[in-house]
Write a protein that binds this ligand. Sequence first.
Ligand SMILES: Cc1cn([C@@H]2O[C@H](COP(=O)(O)OP(=O)(O)OP(=O)(O)O)[C@@H](O)[C@H]2O)c(=O)[nH]c1=O
Length: 646
Amino acid sequence: MRMRAVWRLWSPGRGSRSVGDSARRRINASCPRAAYLGLLAGMALKPVLGKLGSKRVVLASASPRRQEILCSVGLRFEVVPSWFKETLEKSSFATPYKYAIETAKQKALEVANRMHVKHLRTPDIVIGADTIVTVDEHILEKPIDKQDAYRMLSRLSGKEHSVFTGVAIVHCNSKDNRLETEVTDFYEETKVKFADLSEELLWEYIHSGEPMDKAGGYGIQALGGMLVEYVHGDFLNVVGFPLNHFCKKLVELYYPPPKHTIHHIKHDSIPSVETFENLSDEENDSSSPLQYKGAIKLDRSKTHSSGGVCSPGSSNIIKPNCMMPVENQNGVMENPDKFPSKILELLDGFRASKALFVASKLKVFDLLKNKGVLQAVDVANTINSSVCGTERLLDACAALGLLEKTLQGYSNSDSANIYLASDSEDSLHGYIIHSDDHLWPLFTHLESAVKEGTMQNYRAFGKKSENLFQDSYYQSMEVKQRFMAAMHSIAKLTAKDVATAFDLSQFRSACDLGGCTGALANELVQKYPNLKVTVFDLPEVIANVSHFQPVRQHTAPVTFTSGDFFKDNFPEADLYILSRILHDWTDEKIHMLLSKISAACKPGPAHVCLRRGERFKCDLITSYIYPLDIEEMSFLKGLTLWSSAV
Ligand SMILES: Cc1cn([C@@H]2O[C@H](COP(=O)(O)OP(=O)(O)OP(=O)(O)O)[C@@H](O)[C@H]2O)c(=O)[nH]c1=O
């Protein structure tokens, strides 16, 4: 058996798109269950990351695999390798996993203590881990030399063995300059069966150098994978870090959903958390009716001081009392301190929006779409920005799921490539820039708008609001193009839904009033080949629509007619469309517009569809449409308003 072919499948820098990708590919190839668990954990970790985002997290490990696994799911952490010598007396532990847990704890506590004392920087959380291999009641750690590797591998040949990883999550707190620590620990076991290994193969593998820094003398993620007949359990646990179990622990620590009230938590911001509800966790099983399965054991007496030795295998999981479910007067279980995720989301939402706006404006997503993966410094140089500022922006985008962060650098998420790169077919870039340049300044005056009941264009831009389009959007070429690009990008995205929301096949002609670049009109003619659609908009708009038109269109082209729908007669049609129009105008202007449409409509039943934001205009609209006999009135997901008649 030759081993070169799979060399460095796991190792970073193979030119794959991201480390996470290469890892997942490898896992998929060798262990589908592990791949599933790995991906599952990655998905659920992200919301938990929000909890860890503001904390200083330290990984007390020199293992590049552990760094890679945690990095690939977007966890932000510092790496401070532990100086703890793995010299605990193995025979003093009742089981191998207790030894692994204790070693993991001591690794983490050593780092917490050192950072507190020497570096005067107390981390919030320190993660330690220790992986061991057990076979025939022997614990195998990393081989000390080639002979040792040979001894280990020949012991494993042709047999099933166990890989245990003990993990310790240490929460730190500095009180009166003293370090207080609370430890949560767990372990994971995976069974691995090796094929019979010939002497030649063994030595070829040993000479590859791969065994030397790995427990049991092999790396399942690389050449060592060729030695393996089967894996039962979590693949990443063998590689060095049980990501799935780690995620479960984080969920338990930060989002303990009481079993009895879980259905009440509708607005929790961690949709994937329930994924972990069904996974068993014997360690934390509780018979107490007040504790859900997997509940956290409260035992502050087991709080450890840094440097102290914990009793092997103890499970000291921290959780403030206030997070425990309690029974209310009606006997219903409630979590008294339910985390106000929704409110915090609203509270912080503006920061997330602004991070997206700034990254879009600086063309970060365009750059990464073209270059693949880049380090912060390279992005900073290209966008002429500071390295530290750029890195923070990139990290924020990674935390928001817009970018992926790995050891190799930052790359676009799939949705960033589709929606955020400015040259993508479905790009929302135009709408993002419009939101930043136009809506953001307007919304900063929301308080004045509420108090005065007036539009805030003058405050935001020094422009009168009566003539919104002439004054604000179309007087400079740059603003005009920006506005058109914005409307085009959002209309294009929603056009398919609008076009298919009703069966419009009965109509022969339609007029999209204020239809801008014709994004919706073009979708309509695709869907209804017998429909002739005219876009009616201001002359400044119609003069610039050409480069927004689809390249290959097999249907009759859309017609563009210029005019002002307040002043001029608009084209005759069976169907009038008002999409994202009414919210721009005062009630007087809307009165004028709807009266004109009402007069232009031919007698017959009408269809009205409002986008959500225009629901408040509903009464106003129906008073115009009622004479036309409304057939259908519905609210579409953020879409449009129709008033039509036959
Ligand atoms: C079985 C197996 C193990 N490993 C590595 O073995 C080291 C275990 O040693 P440790 O003492 O737990 O960790 P370390 O590397 O010394 O780092 P530290 O955490 O600083 O003690 C870790 O690296 C693991 O990835 C693999 O990469 N692949 C495998 O298939």
